[in-house]
Design a protein around this ligand. Structure first.
Ligand code: OSB
Ligand code: MG
Length: 417
């Protein structure tokens, strides 16, 4: 019910400013012309359990029930939210719900609590001592972007440098038992307006499915995601994909590889898109310069938050490498951050960000994320996430929580402590 509380009476108010197209999230937050520092008064980490409407199967397994961590940050009477996009097991990357709980409580919160920073752009530097654990760091940094957007009175998307009024949406479809089942789901998603179809594949569940989809939908924008299920030795099989006019093949080879993807790309026409392998700007630059991919999927969690996502987007744009936003079966909080990120100019391909109703009976934000009949999501134009957080619902779903409070800080956010 309570989205976010109004600033305390007497809380310092900032004039609304509007970012120009040329500004990026980096130079906005490192600018020292801002008169008030962002003080991290309190942090709350919660674990919620939510059931997906239907199971989702990738090459690394099937999931139904999600265990999701949410970070709420409080600063000067404002509250901001971020979502940890780690999976339940270390199968997509090395982080899990439990490693994230441990790293957040043991290291992120102690480093951050009580600190005064210029803005969320300072978070990567603040958290440099912690190596890896990007999804955990991202949830914290993104919660501060939510706060910063409210403090400045500008929509999160514009604060990050976003310019698009709506974003193009595709769907990611899990592995199905047979091609017929996949075809009927695709039919439904196309009827709902989605602009492109991504199907998950793995050895034994690939060509038969791709052929069936192409035969039935000859012109649909189609791509496949292997989640690292193949080896370079299977290049001949992967080359057969070239006959199906795929927009791209996502992460065919190892989750931590760049070099072999370059070898594979040189042997196939279909563009390779990297997902798992790209954790930062330096990986993106290496992949592009080596010719390991022609497209990059940017996931906010995987790259550590909005600051790094903005930078990757920018270097890709300079090199004419299209990017798009991947999803991690997020609740509305993660989804809202993905929407804001997707409004940046480098995001020229439809992403995996789709309607709340595809995943959840009831989301934890309101309104829920909805997709227009032409397959777009309208980017919110109000400050903050652009959706209100359903605190009561979150409390009902919470199975554990941990509160960190700065000494000498007066926290007035309802339900935060
Ligand atoms: O590789 O994009 C992926 C879900 C879990 C782990 C990895 C991936 C995915 C998806 C789901 O494709 C995308 C979505 O949230 O709709
Ligand atoms: Mg992927």
């Amino acid at each position: 019910m309570v989205g976010r509380p109004a600033p305390r009476p007497g809380a310092r108010q900032r004039p609304a400013t509007k970012s120009t197209r040329a500004e990026t999230c980096r130079n906005i937050t490192s600018a020292s012309d801002w008169w008030q520092l962002l003080k991290i008064d309190a942090l709350t980490l919660r674990e919620i359990h939510v059931r997906l409407k239907s199971s989702f199967e990738t090459s690394f397994g099937k999931i139904w029930e999600r265990r999701i961590l949410l970070v709420e940050a409080c600063s000067d009477g404002l509250s901001g939210w971020g979502e940890v996009t780690a999976g339940e097991g270390p199968f997509y990357n090395s982080e899990t719900t439990d490693t994230s709980w441990s790293i957040f409580c043991g290291f992120v919160a102690p480093l951050a609590i009580g600190k005064n920073i210029e803005g969320p752009g300072d978070v990567p530097a603040l958290l440099t001592p912690i190596r890896g654990h990007e999804m955990t760091k991202a949830a914290f940094e993104n919660a501060l972007w939510d706060i910063e957007s409210q403090r400045r009175g500008v929509p999160l998307a514009s604060l990050l440098g976003g310019t698009a009024g709506e974003i193009a949406c595709g769907v990611s479809l899990g592995i199905q038992t047979n091609p017929e089942a996949l075809l009927s789901i695709i039919e439904r998603e196309l009827a709902a307006g989605y602009q492109r179809i991504k199907i998950k594949i793995k050895p034994g569940k690939d060509l038969e499915f791709i052929t069936a989809v192409r035969k039935r939908f000859p012109t649909v924008r189609l791509m496949v995601d292997a989640n690292s299920a193949y080896h370079l030795e299977q290049a001949a099989l992967l080359r057969e994909f070239d006959a199906y006019d795929l927009m791209m093949i996502e992460q065919p080879l190892a989750w931590d590889d760049i070099f072999e993807h370059a070898k594979l790309q040189s042997q196939m026409r279909t563009p390779i898109c990297l997902d798992e392998s790209i954790h930062n700007t330096s990986h993106a630059r290496a992949a592009i310069e080596l010719g390991a991919c022609r497209i990059i999927n940017i996931k906010l969690g995987r790259v550590g938050g909005h600051s790094e996502a903005c930078r990757i987007q920018e270097i890709c744009r300079q090199r004419s490498i299209p990017v798009w936003s991947g999803g991690m079966l997020e609740t509305g909080i993660g989804r809202a951050h993905n929407i804001a990120m997707s409004s940046l100019p480098g995001f020229t391909l439809p992403g995996d960000v789709s309607a709340s109703q595809r995943y959840w009976d009831e989301d934890i934000i309101e309104p829920e994320v909805e997709v227009t009949p032409k397959g777009t999501i309208v980017v919110p134009t109000i400050p903050g996430l652009g959706y209100s957080v359903r605190r009561k619902r979150i409390e009902q779903l919470t199975v554990r929580q941990q509160v960190f409070q700065a000494k000498n800080s007066e926290v007035s956010v309802e339900g935060a402590a």
